[in-house]
Design a protein around this ligand. Structure first.
Ligand SMILES: Nc1ncnc2c1ncn2[C@@H]1O[C@H](COP(=O)(O)OP(=O)(O)OP(=O)(O)O)[C@@H](O)[C@H]1O
Length: 258
């Protein structure tokens, strides 16, 4: 169980996330949604311990701040929205970095670590690119390499900042399906930011809508993906329809030509 209690965070004295409390049961998926600048990434970085915050982030009742760096790296896997990549590494070497928290001091990766990485690369459709240098990858391939590293980390909690950015619809779906499988099979807990509201509604158990740093709506897809709520907070023209699986589909409406 991951629990946020009254979490506030900001930069240089300016608060950009204010008083967020939410419980995320083991094996569930929370999607943080909201307009640009709402504080989604900042909230995710707070959970990852990458920005300072007030309030508490508890993992199985224990403050995450009390974990050692190694314990934290074994417990929480974080994939940033705009990663800084070591461009000269191959995809395999980069994904193997995800195994670091599992290695003994001065130990090198062994066959098990290689097997984990091979499996993750296969699941992300990256096997054919395993030997390629990161700087030679397309945007979507780089994005998948970042996710390969975090999935190779095999943590109980995945913190994914816009994991589908730059991915085509097929690769986006494959990635979300993979995360969903980890969630249901291994009990992995997922917290992700997502701009695609339809995908957020399809995959997450619970959505948290942030606007200007505060939670303005929270609940399942049908409760949060309400046309008037979304129109108000995103300043957008849209309709919400029912999709084939009964989940909401958020459709933008073009401004009528005068
Ligand atoms: N390092 C930083 N220093 C100062 N201000 C920052 C920093 N990072 C983010 N901010 C500001 O904090 C606010 C929230 O940013 P954040 O990246 O959390 O929003 P977001 O909801 O993830 O946005 P987006 O959808 O555009 O990615 C924004 O106003 C942003 O300019």
């Amino acid at each position: 169980m991951l629990e946020l209690v009254d979490v506030s965070a900001g930069y240089r004295g300016k608060t950009v996330v204010s008083g967020v409390s939410v419980s995320i049961p083991r094996g569930s998926w929370l999607a943080i949604i909201g307009p640009n600048g709402a504080g989604k990434s900042t909230l995710l970085k707070s959970i990852a311990g990458l920005v300072s915050y007030s309030g508490s982030v508890l993992l199985d009742g224990r403050p995450v701040q009390d974990l050692s760096a190694r314990e934290r790296a074994r417990a929480l896997g974080y994939a940033p929205q705009v990663p800084l990549l070591p461009e000269g590494l191959s995809v395999t070497s980069y994904a193997l970095l995800g195994r670091t928290p599992h290695l003994g001091i001065l130990a090198r990766e062994g066959p098990h670590d290689m097997a984990v990485v091979d499996q993750v690369l296969a699941r992300l459709d990256l096997s054919s690119l395993a030997g390629r240098l990161l700087r030679t990858l397309s945007g979507g391939e780089r994005q998948r390499a970042v996710l390969a590293r975090v999935l190779a980390q095999q943590t109980g909690v995945l913190l994914l900042d816009e994991p589908t950015t730059g991915l085509d619809i097929g690769h986006a779906q494959a990635l979300l399906d993979l995360v969903d499988r980890l969630r249901t099979e291994d009990g992995t807990t997922v917290v992700s930011t997502l701009h695609d509201l339809t995908l957020a509604g399809q995959y997450a158990d619970r959505l948290l809508l942030l606007d200007r740093g505060t939670v303005v709506a929270s609940g399942d897809a049908s409760a949060v993906l309400d046309a008037s709520v979304l129109a108000q907070h995103y300043c957008a023209r849209l309709v919400v329809m029912e999709g084939p699986d009964g989940k909401p589909v958020v459709v933008p409406k073009r401004r009528p030509i005068e």
